[in-house]
Design a protein around this ligand. Structure first.
Ligand code: HEC
Length: 156
C-alpha cells in the first residue's frame, strides 16, 4: 500500500514535470517562427535580385524594384518582439540558431540591421533603372546579411 502510494506520487510528479518542461519549451515557439519568417522573406526577395544580377533570369525593372522595396519594408519594420530575452541558441539548442551574443552585445545587431536598411533603400532607388545598378548595389545588401550571420547566427 505504502509502496503503491509513492509510486503514484512519482508518476504524478513525472507527468507534472514533463508538462512544465513542455510549456517552457513552447514559450518562444511563435516568436522564433516569426523571426525566421522575416529571414525567409529576405532570402526570397534577395534571391530574385541575385538571379537577375547573375543573369540567371532576365532583368525585369518592375520586379527588381518590388523585391528591393520588400527588403526595405522588412528591414525597417520593428520586429523587436520576435527576439525575446532567453530565446537564444544556448537556451534552446536545435530550435533556434540565434546566438546569445545578439542580446549581450545589443545594439550591435540593430546597427547591422540599420546598414541593411540603408543598402535596401539605395537599391530601391535604382533597381528599375538598369541591371548594372542592381549589380553595383547587391553586394552591400548581401554584405549586411552576412555580417549579422557571421556574428549572431550559429553555423548549421
Ligand atoms: C540583424 C541581424 C541579421 C540580419 C541583418 C540578417 N539576418 Fe538572417 N538571421 C539572423 C539570425 C540571428 C538568424 C537565426 C534566427 C533563428 O534561428 O532564430 C538568421 C536566420 C536566417 C535564415 C534562416 C531562417 C530559418 O528558417 O531558419 C535565413 C534564410 C536568413 N537569415 C537570411 C537573411 C538574409 C537574406 C538577410 C539579408 C537580406 C538576413 N538574413 C539579414 C540574423 C540576421
Amino acid at each position: 500500500m505504502k509502496y503503491g502510494l509513492s509510486l503514484i506520487c512519482a508518476l504524478v510528479f513525472t507527468v507534472v514535470a514533463g508538462l512544465s518542461t513542455a510549456i517552457a519549451e513552447g514559450k518562444f515557439d511563435n516568436a522564433i517562427k516569426a523571426r525566421k519568417a522575416v529571414m525567409s522573406l529576405y532570402a526570397w526577395n534577395l534571391g530574385q535580385l541575385a538571379a537577375m544580377a547573375k543573369g540567371e533570369v532576365d532583368y525585369n525593372p518592375e520586379a527588381a524594384r518590388i523585391a528591393a522595396e520588400n527588403i526595405t519594408v522588412l528591414a525597417t519594420m520593428n520586429n523587436g518582439a520576435a527576439w525575446p530575452q532567453g530565446s537564444d541558441s544556448a537556451a534552446l539548442p536545435g530550435q533556434t540558431r540565434a546566438k546569445s551574443e545578439a542580446w549581450t552585445t545589443y545594439p550591435e545587431s540593430a546597427e547591422i540591421n540599420k546598414t541593411l536598411a540603408e543598402a535596401a533603400i539605395a537599391m530601391s532607388e535604382v533597381a528599375d533603372t538598369g541591371l548594372e545598378n542592381i549589380q553595383a548595389n547587391i553586394g552591400a545588401i548581401g554584405g549586411a546579411c552576412s555580417a549579422c550571420h557571421k556574428k549572431f547566427r550559429e553555423s548549421e
